[in-house]
Design a protein around this ligand. Structure first.
Ligand SMILES: Cc1cc2nc3c(=O)[nH]c(=O)nc-3n(C[C@H](O)[C@H](O)[C@H](O)COP(=O)(O)OP(=O)(O)OC[C@H]3O[C@@H](n4cnc5c(N)ncnc54)[C@H](O)[C@@H]3O)c2cc1C
Length: 362
């Protein structure tokens, strides 16, 4: 049984920042990541990020991942476990982890869950044909492994992920037949949507997918128009001959470990699904479990990084670790989060957060 100060589960932007800040306060941290690479979603993101300079705006996702990794690489208080999946957390405070085909048990004093989110999918006939992917899978194939996912793709979803991945497909030499979107308007930033339209890709709002066609793999897709009540309008079918269908229809927080730990959970549509109740320091209703990043509500890497910083500082402080710069860094993290969420784009996230907020802690 390994006893540690803080276990951080997940090494995306939230987990990396949490580990860095807790370790800089003096806590002994074990950072666990189920895949071979650190960085989470960032490693497959080749576009330049928005936001403020403090959160690396203007830099590409994989470059940001590298900077965060540099920050923790030589930090003596951090042990990094790659290929390490946290499997369970039990009432006696024991955590089970599978690492390189071996099982380990740990007893961390505090835990920061930073497991991110998983892709949502859609139900329609033949949705299991090879050639139908989530947008994250397409990004991984193209941008991490250099594999072209298809020759001609129909994208479903005109939020940021849909329009960004559609542009990346074009950059990789894939033809994008169209983007369809069930909502009456485009959800992604106009700068991304305009760029893709200038490349000649139509964005069809008020459309949904009706049927995928093919025997061994995808050969085509039928779409149709939706009325104002989101019902399919008969006689509006259109057929696209494609060998790839990419679903960019949202993410839902990966909260299984929080359910198992007995954290109080709530369904909040604005945050992507079930999320934990938490206080202003990201402490859940479980005394030892903090959350940070998309697991606490689907947002952006910028918010994930600042939440990681805040959770890392708060968790280390709760174990009586202190540094001279603690108060300044703690208040800086809070004002960074407020600034990030101040604009109209974040109004939806803010209304969701109000539904699961427990109040101040430190
Ligand atoms: C196409 C696309 C474009 C985007 N563009 C932007 C942008 O321009 N600007 C921006 O700010 N954000 C952007 N985002 C959002 C951003 O990528 C995410 O909000 C951010 O990565 C969330 O960080 P996270 O650390 O919470 O989760 P993740 O990055 O998902 O990391 C979670 C990590 O936890 C690991 N994990 C999960 N479960 C376990 C377990 N049981 N045990 C061990 N490890 C586990 C996962 O393998 C993963 O590495 C974009 C997202 C996508 C998909």
């Amino acid at each position: 049984m390994r006893e540690i100060d803080i276990a951080v589960v997940g090494a995306g932007p939230a987990g990396l920042m949490a580990a860095a800040h807790a370790a800089e306060m003096g806590a002994k941290v074990l950072l666990m990541e189920r895949s071979q690479a650190l960085g989470g979603q960032l490693v497959k993101q080749t576009h330049k990020f928005f936001g403020s300079r403090q959160e690396y705006a203007g830099e590409r996702g994989f470059e940001i991942a590298r900077k965060l990794m540099d920050r923790i690489e030589n930090q003596p208080n951090i042990t990094i476990w790659k290929n390490a999946t946290t499997l369970g957390y039990y009432p006696d405070g024991v955590m089970t982890v599978k690492k390189d085909e071996k099982f380990h048990t740990l007893k961390p004093r505090k835990i920061i869950m930073a497991t991110g989110a998983s892709e949502k999918t859609l139900a329609f006939p033949n949705n299991d044909l090879p050639g139908i992917y989530g947008a994250g899978a397409v990004q991984t194939l193209m941008n991490v492994y250099g594999v072209m996912p298809a020759k001609r793709v129909l994208m479903v979803g005109a939020g940021n992920i849909g329009v960004i991945v559609a542009y990346q497909l074009l950059q990789a030499g894939v033809e994008v037949a169209a983007i369809i979107e069930a909502a009456p308007k485009i959800g992604g930033y106009w700068v991304h949507a305009s760029k893709i339209q200038r490349c000649g890709v139509p964005i069809l709002t008020g459309h949904t997918i009706k049927h995928a066609h093919g025997t061994d793999c995808l050969e085509g897709v039928t779409v149709c128009r939706l009325d104002e009540k989101w019902a399919m309008i008969p006689g509006t079918d259109a057929y696209f001959e494609v060998d790839g269908l990419c679903l960019a229809v949202g993410l839902s927080p990966l909260t299984e470990l929080l359910w198992q730990a007995g954290c109080k959970m709530e369904f909040v549509a604005e945050l992507g699904g079930y999320v934990p109740w938490r206080n202003a320091d990201l402490l859940t209703t479980h005394n030892n479990i903090y959350v940070a990043g998309d697991v606490a509500g689907v947002e952006e890497a910028s918010a994930a990084m600042v939440e990681g910083k805040l959770a890392g500082l708060a968790a280390a402080f709760s174990l009586n670790y202190q540094t001279e710069k603690f108060a300044a860094e703690y208040h800086e993290a809070k004002s960074q989060l407020n600034a990030l969420r101040a604009g109209p784009v974040s109004a939806k996230v803010c209304s969701g957060l109000c539904k699961v907020m427990l109040g101040e802690a430190i």
